[in-house]
Design a protein around this ligand. Sequence first.
Ligand code: FEO
Ligand code: CA
Ligand code: CA
Ligand code: CA
Length: 600
Amino acid sequence: GGAAFGRGSGLPFDAIAPVPGVVDDFNVPAGYTWAPIIRWGDPLFSGVPALDFDHQTVEAQAGQFGYNVDYIDILADQSGRTAVLAANHEYVNPGLMFTPSSDPAELDRRAAIYKAAHGFSVVELRRSKLGQPWRYLVDGRRNRRITADTVFEVTGPAAGTDLMKTAADPEGRWVKGTLGNCAGGTTPWGTVLSGEENFDGYFAWAADTAGQKRYRATPSSASTYTFERIDPRFDAHDAGYLNEPNRFGWIVEIDPQDPSSTPRKHSAMGRFKHEGANVIIAEDGHAVAYMGDDQANDYLYKFVSKGTFTPGKSAKARRSNLDLLSEGDLYVARFTGNSPAAEVTGSGALPADGQFDGTGEWIPLTRNGESVVPGMTTEEVLVFARLAADAVGATKMDRPEDVEPNPKTRKVYLALTNNSSRTLANVDEANPVTGNRNGHIIEMTETAGQSGSTFGWNILLLCGDPAVDQNTYFAGFPKELVSPISCPDNVAFDSEGNLWISTDGAPSKIGFNDGLFKVPLEGPERGHVQQFLSVPREGETCGPVIHDQEGMVYVAVQHPGENGSVATPTSHFPDYVPAHRPETGLVAAPRPSVVQVWRA
Ligand code: FEO
Ligand code: CA
Ligand code: CA
Ligand code: CA
């Protein structure tokens, strides 16, 4: 029981029991209720039809909420009764959108629909009062869809360089679309950032240079999402589009308050399989962004802006802050443990000093905006940031996902989701678990200021189900009292500075559905992992956004029922109406949705 947990906050709850991975239910604690705010296919504009599985069109999808959402934020206006929801659309599950077809014309038509289901949505919300559920507004003034065809401006040192030029963009400054958007962050100046992650799956490409190989190990004659059927720039074998993959893998910035603004891709922040970016203003005024590269044995990065933050909401402050991420320096992390290798190897117990911990440094890849990596130009360092990081001896991590500074304490929390390729030969104190199935969380403390180049670190959690996994650790909290947790992915903080973690992959690791977990970081409750919700079968928990003072939590449910199909769905989330579709005799497939949870 946990009657005392969260006392004094707006979100008291007793942890829910873990839910077996075959259950197609969205579960919340006693005293809470949930509802979707918006679902894939819901129209953002009048004149756009509601989702019709059997008659979907590209025109409809371009005006409807897109597919799989990873990053969300709810940005309330001053009254608290209106807001904008900013949501990205990472990728699509074609098998949950359409029945199989081999008709080329139909496959072309679908490719265009997939393109329109990617990108971003900005949607206005309304509610009667604080703490009550929202409804979304069709035709809201700020409503906007960004798709794989929306024009982005490239900023920073790589803009306009040869590496960014294509037949369709000889200037190398204007990229159509954003793809594979995973986690993200809202900036102190009110824009949203999102990371272009698994962009390599969108191209048919040779991937035959050292730079390209570092992002795509194997050549591909066809892409996963088939855009090249209808859009030549996704066939990177074509001489005119060899560089098109270089134009993805960036941090994008979108102003959700201004639907006419041109979204941007910031080359100064480097190109990799960006999970996301989260900004904090350093003590010296510089904007500092923490960024993970989500692939096994890739790196953690930090960007420090050249300019400094201008407080306030004046037009002048806003203009100045909008340029902060266009210029600055990129660093990559090296973690050094403080225990002997023999104590780390094996990972079944803590080292003799009681901690997996140590010190670290941020190794510069650029200084004053220019390459400090021998043999690489500035644009090469940014476009092929992985190669630059390889060259300076960064620490290979267990898939860096979301990494966020705690606004209360300025400590930084890094989710490392798992890494099956971590072996006895390459464990280190920061990645100490062989075959790391369940992932871990590292807590970092900047020791030379937020923009400085040294840090201390310790492992906060070694995830898993303590009932069956020997290698779990919960910051010293008694293991028998925690919720089992696996594959940490996105992180967030509540107003008291507690960490919240959403997971992706738990069913295949510990047998339970993915969910959202609260972890206090201070005092006797430090390390007490408590599950707040679980998502339906085969879904991933994304977002999350914690507005504890109002008793509200928001998550995105990504790829529910991903192992099923339109003909044989394994999930009916979120409507749970296995509605008969008269023409086809099929039932409704699941719909990825943004969900709100509130105190009943
Ligand atoms: Fe889209 Fe790293 O998860
Ligand atoms: Ca140690
Ligand atoms: Ca993720
Ligand atoms: Ca994920």
